[in-house]
Design a protein around this ligand. Structure first.
Ligand code: FE2
Length: 320
């Protein structure tokens, strides 16, 4: 296990290469807490707009909704989604993937206890975590790593845990979380095998704030006949993913709006993707996608008309 900052950077240098690491670290140093930056796809970052969060907090208090909204942040729903495709290998028919996204674990008012308890009761074949482990986009990440390790110990499945980074995550969290058995895909891919057949999981680094995503690299070495699931923190990658023949894309990032109007109408989506891509299942040409509303909350540990979720995706070979 890597302990010192020097060890962490040496590990990452070998893992993702000097140029990617230098770009990521430079962006983190210079722009992690900026409201505007030009590094990623989206230039405006309301997640860093502290006065707006303070105003929202005041608004919830004066409308007597704060207590209710905080309680909602722990009302984690289990959503089920079927992914149908004629390209799914027969041995993966019925294969179940647990998706956690936008956990922001150090922001939970209960330290993530309820989430661990729910996960222990579920059964699934593989777990994917689609980014945003940390509550803030800057500052200390030790508590986030510590709580994530505890969470990972409550995950139990045959094919392990595969994760990507989000815009709230410093790349330095990778070695600590991987020491608990998680595999990060940082513009990389990995095959999951079952009884002689396989599917591919590909994952990109953050596109939203750091612009360090590299989809061609993440998909390199994958044959056309292989069923490929892309893990991308922001759904804004949908057009590129479809053009590169990805079968399925699992995302998060938008939180579904988090604090919404009745009917789940988001006041803000924090992505340039159209609204149909910000929550739940969607399709774009041959690409099937799903955007999680997020398992945790950011900015404020509060939700209105937009409960947090964990998602069980079932792969179904169709037509059989
Ligand atoms: Fe998030």
């Amino acid at each position: 296990m890597q302990n010192t900052q020097k060890d962490i950077l040496e590990f990452l240098n070998k893992r993702i290469g000097k140029s990617h690491l230098e770009k990521r670290l430079k962006m983190q140093r210079e722009h992690a807490a900026d409201v505007y930056n030009r590094g990623g796809i989206t230039k405006f970052h309301p997640e860093n707009l502290e006065p707006m969060m303070i105003a929202l907090d005041i608004l919830l208090k004066i409308t007597f909704l704060k207590k209710h909204a905080v309680k909602n942040s722990l009302d984690i729903r289990i959503e089920k989604n079927d992914i149908l495709s004629g390209r799914i290998p027969q041995k993966f028919h019925g294969f179940t993937i647990l998706q956690l996204s936008d956990i922001h674990i150090d922001g939970y008012v209960d330290g993530g206890e309820k989430l661990c308890e729910i996960i222990r009761r579920l059964s699934y074949d593989l777990c994917v975590i689609t980014g945003d482990f940390r509550y803030l986009t800057h500052g200390d990440y030790d508590r986030c790593v510590l709580l994530t390790k505890k969470l990972v110990r409550s995950i139990s499945c045959r094919h392990g845990v595969v994760a990507i980074l989000g815009n709230h995550d410093f790349i330095e969290i990778v070695p600590g979380i991987e020491s608990e058995g998680v595999t990060f895909l940082i513009n990389d891919n990995k095959r999951i095998s079952r009884e002689g057949q396989s599917i591919v999981l590909a994952g990109v680094d953050d596109s939203h704030m750091y612009g360090t995503d590299d989809l061609p690299k993440a998909l390199s070495g994958i044959s056309n006949h292989e069923f490929t699931i892309l893990l991308a923190h922001s759904p804004s990658i949908y057009r590129k993913a479809a053009s590169m023949k990805v079968d399925c894309c699992l995302s998060g990032h938008s939180h579904g709006g988090q604090v919404c109007l009745p009917g789940g109408i988001a006041l803000m989506t924090n992505t340039n993707a159209p609204r149909k891509y910000i929550a739940g299942p969607w399709t774009y040409h041959n690409l099937k996608g799903y955007t999680s509303r997020g398992t945790g909350s950011s900015g404020l540990p509060a939700r209105l008309f937009c409960p947090p979720e964990i998602t069980l995706h079932r792969l179904l070979l169709f037509p059989v």
